[in-house]
Write a new protein. Structure first.
Length: 525
């Protein structure tokens, strides 16, 4: 039974779901990093919110860990490269608190437009400042979205309902999607020049860090109001204060900061500045939603192999997993075969799916091929870290899909570029489940790839089968399966034998000594 640790406070419904799905769960919160390191080794899964920091040291101690689930969107507290290198899936729940965060952005926009926090404070202080606050309407104003994904699109919908005009900067926003949302796609400089309000809804990456830099803030329309409920680090906070002080920016509201918790900050006390302590996801509904989602996603992965909202692995639904699993097994074995038969590092691997295989999600198949290929050199490789390791090694990965059927109703071909040219292996599924090799370096050969095997390339000549059978018999080696293929009569032939025990160097030497033998190798699957 898989075992999960919930290390941050979350809805008790999460633990209930784990148990209902057949996963053992411990709820132990508030542990120090050293305490977490001491206990993490016994768990298959780790469910967290924002408090737990999953560092490289924690991951090094997590010898059984398979999945980390973040109940929420941001994963700044997880070392994703280290998790990927360790073969640990990292998931988040990007949709559970989307409405809550979008509503908070709209609330802060109104707070800025009507100066609500300061008006509230002075009224409760007994000053009744009726003439001291002159706000602005949002109707007819232009809202600039930096990021029009899940949360940004909800903000756009709400803003359009308020009769605002909405422009958006998002490199991933298609023209069709912009039309569907009823917004205008623009470049960043256009947004900065036109927007009366700017809200940010983008993750913090190398590309988005300081997207509102001092230079870009200076390009904004005079009197703009800026709201950030996304991630700290998207705005140059020092430049923001300077432009608030100068009056160029009429107001700013931040729910997130570069350093959190932000108990002291130069912006605090600045007129027309509103701050909230990272409350974007803080509603009862959102907390329940993300807890339910993270438990369901992690249980799916640990119990049935489904992968949802993973940040370092292709997604694979629990319903899709049983159908694609035989293809992943075939792909892994083809990758392993070509990895074992390739003597040198390869600069390129191509994965070609044909027929029924081409209708499936290609990413898990590609990951399985890479895992099989790279596992020849390291036992720690799996589908999670294989794409990253391939990239580290400078291997170019190509995907090709052909929906029409060829000689087989479904086929997966793996090709590698070598000094001798392109070499490929191909396989299919028999009965939609049993992986079977059907081609090896251009030679037609049907073979199961399993257990210990002997690979032989020889000159096609009478008597060879008898000689190799005698050699193995004299060595006390029992043959399980026997598969032959050849290019042409009297030409090059391939023999794949499965045997009941590991192939020894002594046996390889004896087979290599037989007349006509060109190549002998031991294989293992």
């Amino acid at each position: 039974m898989p075992k999960v640790l919930i290390s941050d406070k979350m809805s008790p419904l999460a633990a209930q779901i784990f148990r209902e799905r057949g996963v053992e769960v411990d709820e132990i919160t508030g542990k120090t990093p050293e305490e977490l390191k001491a206990m993490i080794g016994e768990y298959d899964g780790l469910a967290i919110r924002s408090s737990t920091k999953v560092t490289k040291d924690i991951l090094a101690a997590a010898t059984n860990l398979k999945v980390i689930g973040r109940a929420g969107i941001g994963v700044d507290n997880v070392d994703i490269p280290a998790a990927s290198a360790a073969g640990v899936v990292v998931m988040n729940t990007p949709f559970g608190n989307s409405i809550t965060t979008a509503e908070h952005a709209i609330a802060l926009m109104f707070a800025l437009a009507r100066q609500l926090p300061e008006a509230n404070a002075q009224t409760q202080a007994g000053t009744w400042p009726k003439n001291g606050f002159m706000g602005v309407e949002v109707t007819g104003k232009t809202l600039g979205l930096i990021g029009a994904g899940n949360i940004g699109s909800i903000v756009a919908d709400r803003a359009l309902g308020l009769k605002m005009k909405v422009v958006a900067f998002d490199p991933f926003l298609s023209a069709d999607r912009a039309v569907e949302l009823g917004i205008e796609k623009v470049e960043l400089d256009q947004l900065l020049a036109r927007a009366d309000f700017i809200t940010l809804h983008t993750p913090l990456t190398d590309q988005t860090r300081n997207i509102l830099s001092a230079e870009n803030l200076a390009k904004t329309k005079k009197g703009v109001r800026i709201i950030n409920c996304a991630r700290g680090g998207l705005i140059d906070e020092a430049a923001l204060k300077d432009l608030l002080d100068s009056g160029h920016i009429a107001g700013a509201a931040l729910d997130v900061f570069v350093t959190e918790p932000a108990k002291e900050h130069p912006l605090f006390g600045t007129p027309n500045f509103v701050a909230t302590p990272h409350l974007g996801a803080s509603t009862n509904e959102a907390q329940v939603n993300v807890a339910l989602q993270v438990a369901e996603q992690m249980a799916d992965y640990l119990v049935s192999g489904g992968v949802t909202n993973a940040l370092n692995m292709p997604s694979l639904s629990a319903e899709e997993a049983p159908r694609i699993r035989p293809y992943m097994q075939l792909a892994e074995r083809l990758g392993s075969l070509i990895g074992q038969l390739s003597h040198d590092a390869v600069p390129r691997i191509s994965i070609h799916t044909e027929g029924a295989a081409a209708e499936l999600n290609p990413k898990p198949i590609v990951s399985a091929v890479l895992a099989g290929y790279l596992r020849v050199h390291s036992d720690t490789v799996n589908m999670v870290n294989a794409p990253f390791l391939a990239k580290e090694r400078g291997i170019e990965v190509r995907e090709v899909r052909t929906e029409r059927e060829g000689d087989y109703h479904t086929l997966v071909r793996v090709s590698v570029k070598t000094e001798a040219g392109e070499r490929s292996v191909a396989g299919t599924l028999f009965g939609n489940e049993a992986p079977r090799l059907i081609e090896l370096f251009g030679i037609k050969v049907e073979a199961d790839l399993a257990g210990h095997m002997l690979y032989v390339v020889n000159e096609d000549a009478p008597g060879f089968i008898g000689r190799i059978g005698t050699t193995l018999g004299e060595a006390g080696v029992n043959i399980g399966t026997f598969h032959l293929g050849r290019r042409a009569a009297g030409g090059e032939a391939v023999l794949l034998l499965s045997v009941d025990e590991p192939v020894t160097p002594d046996l390889i030497a004896k087979v290599r000594a037989l007349p006509g033998v060109k190549t002998v190798m031991a294989l293992k699957f």
